[in-house]
Design a protein around this ligand. Structure first.
Ligand code: PEP
Length: 266
């Protein structure tokens, strides 16, 4: 099934804070980020900037963004596949929606590895997010061993195919292609490598959710993204943004990444 690249997809620059910044630090961070981007006259019609704080920060981030009308959005780093009930420690998509979250990351490789999340669970979490009006950011990516034994796209394609079996046709989703070997390693994939897998993943979305969904789904690259390499990824037709870990914790660096369109030659 042919899916063409569509320049109307607004790039998404997403900062995954992981287990960093408490609720007070989150307020200082978001304030400084908003001021930095506003001072730099970032055109928020051309790029969406999102932060993914720990759960305990979300209420603070919501209050600040809503009170000061910052053009930033936010989401959670995970969501329960369950809506309510006896699930100690879980967070419902309903609660996240009530705090104005736009997105929920599901299937980050750290959760797959440390919490043994399966592709089926990732699909159930994506479906739960959608049920509550959140857009799931579905993370997929191969380990160094997968790359060696199966090449770059087999595992991400398999992960996404299984997860999307639980997702309704035509749903709004974001996909993050994050080669595990590139996360936090300082060794990013090349733009060509990211593009090749992203193109395959778009075909998976087309097959599972339909061509319209595939055309509008943003596929992010993640793994050692910095201000110095972001523009090269965003030049690729199937790469529509970035999921940023380490570099999202430094305001000036994250702001430079969000301003990739102003980098020379873009
Ligand atoms: C991540 O963990 O999602 C990530 C991309 O991390 P980093 O940018 O630090 O490689």
């Amino acid at each position: 099934m042919a899916v063409t690249s569509d320049s109307t997809r607004i790039p998404l620059i997403a900062g995954n804070w992981k287990l960093n910044l408490d609720h007070l630090q989150s307020i200082a961070f978001v304030q400084k980020l908003a001021w930095t981007l506003q001072d730099a006259k970032l055109d928020f019609r051309k790029v969406e900037v999102a932060v993914f704080p720990p759960f305990t920060d979300i209420r603070s981030v919501q209050s600040l963004i809503s009170a000061d009308h910052y053009p930033l959005v936010f989401g959670s780093q995970d969501v329960s596949e369950h809506d309510s009930g006896a699930f100690t420690g879980e967070i419902s998509g309903a609660f996240l929606k009530a705090l104005d979250c736009s997105y929920a990351i599901v299937g980050h490789s750290e959760r797959r590895e440390y919490h043994h999340e399966t592709n089926e669970q990732v699909g159930a979490k994506a479906a739960a997010a959608i049920r509550h009006g959140l857009v799931p950011v579905i993370c997929v990516g191969e380990t160094a061993e997968d790359l060696e034994s199966r090449g770059p796209s087999a595992v991400p394609v398999e992960q996404l195919t299984i997860a999307l079996a639980a997702v309704p046709k035509n749903a709004d989703i974001v996909v993050a292609y994050e080669p595990v070997w590139a996360i936090g390693s300082g060794q990013a994939a090349t733009p060509d490598q990211a593009e090749a897998v992203a193109a395959q993943l778009r075909l998976v979305v087309a097959e599972a959710l339909g061509n319209d969904a595939a055309e509008r789904t943003r596929i992010l690259y993640g793994g050692s993204v910095k201000s110095g390499n972001i523009a090269s990824f965003l030049r690729e037709p199937n790469v529509d943004g970035a999921l940023v870990g380490g570099a999202s914790l430094v305001v000036d660096e994250f702001a430079k990444i969000a301003r990739f369109q102003s980098h020379v030659g873009v």
